[in-house]
Design a protein around this ligand. Sequence first.
Ligand SMILES: [Zn+2]
Length: 307
Amino acid sequence: MVEVESFIYRQLESSPLFYTNFSNMRQSALRTVQFDGFSYTLQMNPARIQSATADISKKPDTSRCFLCRANLIQGQIPYEYNDDFFIAVNPFPIGENHLTIISQRHQDQGIMNIVDKFVTMADDMPGYVVFYNGPKCGASAPFHLHLQACKAVSLPVFAQIETLKRLYAVDCAEFSDTNVYKIDDTTRRFIVVQTMNRSQLQYHIEKLLREINMIYQTAEPEVNVGILFDDGYYTATIFPRDKHRPEEFFRTGADRIVCSPGYADLAGMIPVSVRENFYSITDNDIRSIMRQVCISSENFDALHISL
Ligand SMILES: [Zn+2]
């Protein structure tokens, strides 16, 4: 079990930077954009500008990698989790108790070989969503393997999943003790796996990732995956991706929307770093952005959940 609350307390207590950034995030302005049966929350968060505009084409060596232990920011406390990962409080949080779960080794972002460890992290942090951003879909440091976690209450999709299943499930596969759903809610296309069985969860996630690799002809899938373990029950959400950034990101002038959607955005919490965007983004903008970055209709049709 990870003692998250006391770890966060220790970090905020000992560092004015972390204390200030957490306070700012908790007081940030929020705006709800309503769709039929679900919603997204916009969060005014200027501190996220570096992450939203990160140039991920340059690969830094370990001396400049901000996730390597030797380069943690001053005052940042590592939590010794296990032989593979340590945990640090995220200095630029977007959710309650936002953590970064960092590989002890400097190695590329990749999910195929760590699904069992990923599920164990969810086991060790009940009530938290542990999430992964693929190297070209939201991870601002794709050169150093890491996951993140925050309280489930910060990610709207989890409170909306039963409604989304009822209104927008386009396919459902029921196995002995596991249900898998394909959901197309007119903004996002994604897969939900629900079960009480840990090994079945791992099996189905790995199977889906292999399917996504087949469709996209990749060895490492571009996906955003989040797992919540709560009250003995797992809910995993898997968002296969077509694009890293939507065309709105590359516009100039007042039409530009600065966003690089990662897991949190797809889970309904969109941090907005530019004030004008925060006030002007409409439901149509969100639909356009999500439609571009999520899996296409053709590829979603080709993704079989009942094999
Ligand atoms: Zn590194």
